[in-house]
Design a protein around this ligand. Structure first.
Ligand SMILES: CC(C)=CCC/C(C)=C/CC/C(C)=C/COP(=O)(O)O
Length: 258
């Protein structure tokens, strides 16, 4: 298949050294008289039409250009912000602290902690809240695994895969599971726990630090984390909508009543 470059070169060669330019307008309408597929090559019987896929590459949509620019900026900025990606990185000495932050937003401590709290709780109100938190955390794990499996975006090349317990889809990075959990837990805790203002501020700060640490550790690009935060925020609304109560799920609550 002739590439646009080679057909352009042939035209340039046959036009006595004159350069010809292909306008996007003529490529956009293949039926137009001046379109490359209709133009007769000087010295050739009939012009070969340009391959469809080449035309598409030369004429990307505005959305396509905007998306690839956004992704390019994302990759560039995320790499620059990955200052704790390795021990020899700019802020490599802060890496152990960032890994503690990572564990604080990991699924296992949250699942085990909630389950333990549920077994220990002696009030029906606490049981209701903790059962719904457990449901929210499990829903979050499933949703993130499904999206990661569908999108299959690789983690940044500067990431060292030395994370605390992962599952197979965690080789993918979109969206950040830590970010979804941070946003979900943050909304959940602010809504269902009676906390003093300084503690409420700490909860929000924790969610933000967990999210930023994903990029600093080199685990994620910024768009993984931003989408994760949005997903976790939205997921809380789903949990609130499907809220489990002794009335809506009596069998489930019977399991936990002592
Ligand atoms: C019940 C069950 C299947 C628990 C699995 C808990 C587990 C291993 C969660 C993975 C948490 C994790 C490493 C998420 C990845 O977070 P990113 O922020 O790196 O996407």
């Amino acid at each position: 298949m002739p590439s646009p470059r080679s057909s352009r070169e042939r035209r340039a060669g046959s036009g006595g050294g004159r350069l010809e330019f292909l306008s996007l307008v003529s490529q956009r309408s293949p039926g137009a008289p001046d379109s490359p597929s209709h133009r007769k090559e000087p010295g050739s019987a009939a012009a070969a039409p340009l391959p469809e896929e080449d035309c598409m590459k030369l004429n990307p949509s505005f959305l396509g250009i905007a998306l690839s620019s956004l992704l390019a900026i994302d990759l560039w900025a995320s790499k620059r912000l990955g200052v704790c990606a390795g021990e020899d990185s700019a802020w490599g000495s802060a890496r152990p602290l960032m890994k503690v932050v990572e564990v604080s937003g990991h699924g296992i401590p949250w699942l085990l902690g909630t389950f333990y709290g549920l077994c220990q709780s002696d009030s029906s109100a606490a049981r209701e809240v903790l059962l719904n938190l457990l449901f929210a955390l499990l829903l979050d794990l499933v949703l993130v695994a499904v999206v990661k499996g569908l999108v299959k975006r690789r983690r940044p090349t500067h990431n060292k895969m030395d994370m605390f317990v992962t599952i197979s889809v965690d080789k993918y990075s979109f969206p950040s599971g830590h970010a979804t959990r941070a946003a979900l837990v943050c909304r959940f805790v602010l809504r269902h726990l009676v906390l003093a203002v300084p503690l409420r501020v700490l909860v929000v700060l924790w969610a933000l630090i967990v999210s930023v640490s994903r990029v600093m550790l080199g685990r994620h690009n910024m768009t993984d984390v931003l989408f994760g935060l949005l997903l976790g925020y939205a997921l809380y609304s789903v949990v609130e909508y499907c809220w489990l109560s002794p009335l809506s799920a009596p069998a489930l609550f019977a399991l936990w009543s002592h």
